[in-house]
Design a protein around this ligand. Sequence first.
Ligand code: FHN
Length: 441
Amino acid sequence: MKKICLFIAGLLLSCSVFAQKNYLEESTSAKKQRLQWWQDARFGMFIHWGLYAVPAGEYNGKDGGAEWIMDTHKIPTSEYEKYAAQFNPQKFNAKEWVNIAKGAGAKYIVFTSKHHDGFSMWDSKITNYDIMDATPFKRDVIKELADACKAAGIEFGLYHSIMDWHQPDANPKQKTEQKPDFSKYREEYLKPQLAELIKKYDPAILWFDGEWTPEWTEEQGKDLYNYLRTLKPSLIINNRIGKARNSMAGMNKYENAAGDFGTPEQEILKSNSKDYWESCMTINNNWGFVKNDHNWKSAEKLIDNLIDVAAKGGNYLLNVGPDAQGEIPEPSVERLAEMGKWLDINKQAIYGTKSLTNYKEGDNIRFTQSTDGKITYAIFDKHSGDEIKISSIHPKAGSKIYLLGIDKPLTWTKSNGGFTVKLPAELPGKYAWVLKIQPAA
Ligand code: FHN
């Protein structure tokens, strides 16, 4: 009898192992459900912060680098490690950062747990090259940020670099006596650190980068994707976990690649896409803090980008690079606050909307639509005179047309296949305005 029980137990165990779910075969509807909150969110705040904030884009009197400074100036590892002893950001306040994100209207944050320099911005048990052991600051900033996000009701994500300039086994170019063993780095360092991050901080998103390192392959990306989704099935993971990304254009070069969404960088898709995608951009020219980079995009440009991305059905991940004292640069804070003011008036045209095939008219009008298709939004950033003519939207008789920010419906007439609407003398807010076209009940 005992032997039979043991045999059945062994059979069940082996079945469960072989029955391990393959998350790459997830149905379209299951993926839609998993990504719904993320797609509805439309807008996230990226945060690049690490040891590179100490040199702040300058090494030995020479400019250049930011978060790449170790590579740009070929700083020896032993030299770069010395920045850890200088990293003591006494002004860091996670609640303040999260309030800036929330005030901007961002619905999630993605924070750099480890960039290419290999420095771990949390209390990792896998290495002492981390914020708790190697710096005088000794605070688990990822825990503080995760807790602040939870308290503020915004989602928390982590950026993690596959490429790692500090780990000998991850560095084929490093001249060491033993040949780097990338699989050792992957299985005994990369994956355990990711498991640690999921267990300790419960991120909703994992945003990979550095996948271009020659040792990494699509197959390893698929294995890692399944491993991570097994640890947390609801996790949302970008396409840089594999090798499908088409450079900065960011979308997949082939079908059935690992990862949930495309990642255009410093650019916006030329048109809308049936795939999930998120444009990541800087506010100035750099991801990490650079003390001499004052080339800040205007609030108007940032809002226009958000509108364009939303009209094309994407997400906008806008970056801040805090300094070595733990402060987000004031010009970033000001622009993010302006975005928040604009969204306070016009958010229903951005959050939880869907893209239309004809998502624009001319250069200055973009359209979005409520997911049930009932309400259409026309977002315009220029207008001449006191009326707007739109020819590609055809409101049904009895529809009401509002300008967001003003309660009273506007006067409108059918015209050249579309409609003409009279604008009020005073428009609410700045930069761009939204017509809400609502059919009769
Ligand atoms: O090399 C990184 C860079 O430092 C930065 O993190 C950006 C943000 O997406 N990604 C890589 C460049 O494509």
